[in-house]
Design a protein around this ligand. Structure first.
Ligand code: SDX
Length: 428
């Protein structure tokens, strides 16, 4: 395989280095292209452009492979706890028992949020979308811990900030839900696991002991693991570029939450359920909706279908689809929306338009059905995605800082007006 790529521009030949990753992925390094030739490259949506080298997550879109630090997600989803996977993503290796105990204890003791933050919740409209609340709340954590704003802070301080945001995100998410419901806040219970604690803060009441259903807890653990990282997706890239300006970690995570909210990204899990409900209420056949999704003059898309990288099945969707069956069976729930989802998948995957474009169900297609079975309200689905993705965002931010990446500042090709003089308003 050639070590370099040759390009001829204006009759002159340039040689660009080729880099090869540990899974034999290849890239042309164009970091010197502009200084050598005056040319830049352009690639809207970065569909063919790598932003960095990374050792965190490997995914193979053609073969439906996803590994965190080399470990297949199928094994991690079955055998690991979410905080064990968070440690793996952030530190690079699975923890031994002593390391895991240290990590879990450090996070557990930071689950409370400053009492002054209660006033922020009161200021939001009662129907405020929890993603808007969460993005604001996480950014405001930087004002309660100003030492996090120091770019030259110690490793210990950085670690403390990481643990604080992992600990407090579920607390703030549950408080956003309680605020919307007009229910009293349930404080963290540090005697419970990370997922059990979240469930009791969400569904418990101060007046009673909440009993966590093990089926619900196991499903939540699995879902959070499956969402934990996904290499350079839109929100992870947002976290990396915000962090590259040396803005603090809370602000970078807040930006990641904002990016995830979009219906083309993490917001799709809410959009899928809303779409399936519309189809159910419409009562018509499914082909009509598949045809609408294919119609370029119609803005309707099959939410939860398609992916920038996976042009075959999304391995996470396969696991979640099976988990949806298991959870609904175990909880004795018959959700007609699950059947509609399965039928819609079957109809779409027989349709040449979807086959030709490699459009398969993605992670968001079935996850909402499980969240709904767990009692999570629809507008909290993307919040669940954010709680799962948080360790991945932190790992990506840490890698960017440790690699000393420069501030992200893409170039452009200018296509606006050429040089012209100001004209007095009386002459326009
Ligand atoms: C996530 O990047 C990640 O890793 C993201 C994620 C993660 O873990 O971080 O995996 C999480 O965001 C999953 C994706 C959730 N979004 C949705 O489910 C929204 C619906 N999907 C689409 O909007 C779309 O598939 C995207 C945004 C996911 C990907 O879009 P791309 O890669 O920019 O592809 P495209 O829009 O250029 O589509 C290629 C073709 C187009 O048709 P043609 O121009 O070739 O005729 O496929 C069509 C599109 O119109 N198409 C769809 C479609 N998705 C793509 N047509 C109908 N329904 C769809 N859902």
């Amino acid at each position: 395989m050639s070590e370099t790529a040759r390009i001829i521009l204006d009759g002159k030949e340039y040689e660009l280095p080729v880099i090869v990753g540990t899974e034999d992925e290849k890239a042309i390094d164009i970091s010197k292209l502009r200084s050598a030739s005056g040319y830049i490259t352009i690639d809207p949506g970065f569909k063919n452009t790598g932003s960095c080298k990374s050792a965190i997550t490997y995914l193979d879109g053609e073969n439906g492979i996803l590994r965190y630090r080399g470990y297949p997600i199928e094994q991690l989803a079955e055998k690991a706890s979410f905080l064990e996977v968070a440690y793996l993503l952030i530190k690079g290796d699975l923890p031994n028992q002593k390391e895991l105990d240290w990590f879990v204890n450090s996070i557990t003791k930071h689950t409370l949020v400053h009492e002054d933050m209660k006033r922020f919740f009161e200021a939001f409209p009662t129907d405020a979308h929890p993603m808007g609340i969460l993005s604001s709340m996480i950014a405001s954590l930087s004002t309660f811990y100003p030492e996090s704003q120091n770019p030259n802070r110690s490793i210990e301080d950085v670690e403390l900030t990481m643990h604080r945001v992992i600990a407090k995100l579920p607390t703030l998410a549950a408080q956003a839900y309680k605020n919307n419901m007009g229910h009293p806040v349930v404080y963290p219970n540090n005697g419970l696991s990370y997922t059990e604690n979240f469930l009791q803060m969400m569904f418990g009441l101060p007046t009673e002991d909440y009993k966590v259903n093990p089926v619900v807890n196991d499903a939540l653990n699995k879902l959070l693991i499956l969402h934990a990282d996904h290499e350079q997706n839109c929100s992870a890239s947002t976290v990396r570029i915000v962090g590259s300006s040396q803005a603090n970690l809370y602000s970078a995570i807040s930006a990641g939450i904002a990016a995830l909210w979009g219906p083309l990204h993490g917001g799709a899990n809410q959009a899928v359920i809303e779409m399936l409900e519309t189809i159910k209420n419409d009562g018509g056949g499914l082909q009509k909706w598949v045809d609408k999704a294919k119609d370029k003059s119609d803005s309707f898309r099959l939410m939860g279908f398609g992916h920038r990288v996976y042009k075959n099945f999304d391995p996470r969707a396969k696991i979640i689809k099976k988990a949806a069956d298991d959870v609904l069976d175990a909880l004795g729930i018959d959700d007609p929306v699950l059947e509609i989802a399965k039928e819609l998948e079957a109809v779409a995957l027989k349709d040449q338009y979807f086959v030709d474009r490699g459009l398969y169900p993605n992670v968001d297609f079935y996850s909402g059905i499980i969240y709904r079975a767990l009692g999570i309200p629809t507008d909290m689905f993307t919040v669940m995605f954010a709680i799962g993705r948080l360790p991945g965002w932190i790992a990506q931010w840490k890698e960017m800082v440790e690699m000393g990446e420069p501030i992200g500042r893409p170039r452009q090709v200018y296509t606006g007006a050429n040089d012209r003089n100001y004209v007095d308003i009386s002459n326009r």
